[in-house]
Design a protein around this ligand. Sequence first.
Ligand SMILES: [Zn+2]
Ligand SMILES: [Zn+2]
Length: 364
Amino acid sequence: MVKIKAAVFRDDSLKPSLEELELTGPGDGEVLVKIVATGVCHTDLKTAGPGGRSPRPVVLGHEGAGIVEAVGPGVTDIVEGDHVVMSFTSCGACPSCLDAQPAYCYVADHFACARPDGEDYLHGDDGAVHGDFFNQSSFATHAIAKRRGVVKVREDAPLEFLGPLGCGVQTGAGAVLNVFKMKPGQTLVVFGTGSLGLSAVMAARIAGAGRIIAVDVHPNRLQLAAELGADEVIRAEGGPVSERILGLLPDGVDFALDTTAVASVMLQAIEVLAPRGTFGFVAAPENGGALSIPMRPLMKARKIVGIMEGNSNPEVFIPQLVDFHMQGKFPFDRLIRFYPFDDIEQAFHDSEAGTTIKPVLRMT
Ligand SMILES: [Zn+2]
Ligand SMILES: [Zn+2]
């Protein structure tokens, strides 16, 4: 049993209480990680807010990075002292997992916040607290994870920066490198230049993109997009931007990535596709997620694909992204602003307001 400090969400506000909890574990096949730093992802905000999909009270957080403090029975390939990035877990046995596509696991439910055996491993003064959010619940000084969702990383990499690789950054980079499998000379437009969109821009640069266009409403983000590799930036000011994109690339773009989940924006992204182009999206629009899409343009092999976690197989992809970073090709650290753990409420606020692209909470 370990005494930990955790951010506990007890209602639908974005204001957690910082509490001391008792953590039991690690159990069979589990790893106990002392968190060094953890990113804040929009999924944390959505889950913490009204209508959030997880039960209460709950510890959220799913971009943890830290040092292994103990391993449970059956864990032999990770040891105490290893540097790790925490990511989502998967069953390892379904058709997607067997095909090295664990993001599309038939079984895993990252929002259930309950173990299959029903046992709680986090307890506060007045009872059990839900954990296991995305295999982590990393808004805490310590977190328990299944071995499959924990990735060992090289020790010369700056661990406190690496947590966002476990979700937001691998989603954006993976969309380009794993889903689109972008080839040199191909073109990309990214709608929304938050951490996902900017990660996609950096990944497209690595892939040798011919032209990268970034679209956003925030001039400061577009400025950063240009510095990170976008050839053109377009400030969307209310009206559609498809004509401006087609003005730059009259044949259309090979790949369009939407990170906004705004229906009217998604339709523009589909409109600007070249024949055989692919539209990828990472979240469905609100209100049931329906779009009215003209089908005839799709006859020219234009494709629409939903993307989770960038098709990442974390065990392989995260160390690869760390290597790119260490080679200076993937400066995702420029998206990050650090906050002390106690300032989690401020980090949530700045993320929602868009003033910080990727808040990361430091535990010490
Ligand atoms: Zn599976
Ligand atoms: Zn996330």
